[in-house]
Design a protein around this ligand. Sequence first.
Ligand code: PHE
Length: 342
Amino acid sequence: MENMREIDEIKAKIDETVKDIKTSATLREIKMKFLGKTGEISALMKKLKEIPPEERPAMGKVINALREWAEKRFDEFEEAVKAAELGARYEREKIDVTLPGKQRKKGAYHPDTLIIDELVSVFSGMGFEIFEGPEIENDYYNFTALNTPKDHPARDMQDTFYLGADYLLRTQTSAGQIRVMENKKPPIKILSPGKVYRFDDDATHSPMFSQMEGLVVDKGITLCDLKGMLDEFARKVFGDGIKTRLRPSYFPFTEPSVEVDVSCFECGGKGCKLCKGTGWIEVLGAGMVNRAVLQNCGIDPDEYTGFAFGMGIERIAMLKYGINNMKLLFDGDVRFLKQFRV
Ligand code: PHE
């Protein structure tokens, strides 16, 4: 009967402790205390040896029943504890999906970048590859090889930042023409965007600005090819129905040289403020690559001909986006720049 009392005590103890258990970790510990190898119930089993043999089977049954009861009790409790723990975790990790999200400020591309990207896409559609030359240039590439030797009056067309006798900040992306032609035999079809520098700073000039150069050299290239390509460029960039016209001009590295106008996309050519009543807007300089330039690059001008063009990115951006003050493109004012989100 001593044993029966102990059994009741154990049951009561289990009921008592189990009530206060909050975590499955403590539950596991307590469970071991009763049901583990050295636990209280196993101890009872060991004590069986001490009672008279004829009572052992009955007592063994009682202890086994206690073990089963305890296991069930702990299992039930484990479920309850786990459910409570999960509930607490859900509570802790609760997210209010109705709260407004954190505002992220969106960046915007600079108008120059937008124009460069557009031109690259238009011209790569026509088979042009991209070449980027250095901004610190050799006098030779920027001028001499472009048929503009020292003391040539055409050097005055571009006020230059010289960096000593031989080096300068390139005044034109045309310098890249030479670098390409020196290294590649025709057919050549490259597009070269980049920053250029001129010693000039007023309302319509900035000491640094961007250009886009194009160069095509192959057998049988003519001015008609240039005109055809420019028409395509004008339609793609300024809109269907836009025409181009060529006016005679002068650059030392092209012969003949032309200034290229597009028909005014604002008034359709009737004449307005944008085109200053002329119906035409100047967009770039171009021409047939001068024979002397081809020769300087080891290309036989009797076998190959080519055309080149160069345009000011800021000018195209101002025309296309209706920007009336070039300085806005260099000030970095976020209120201006954020208007160019695409
Ligand atoms: N490099 C010339 C300029 O900066 C533009 C140009 C490029 C003209 C290619 C003809 C051919 O004014």
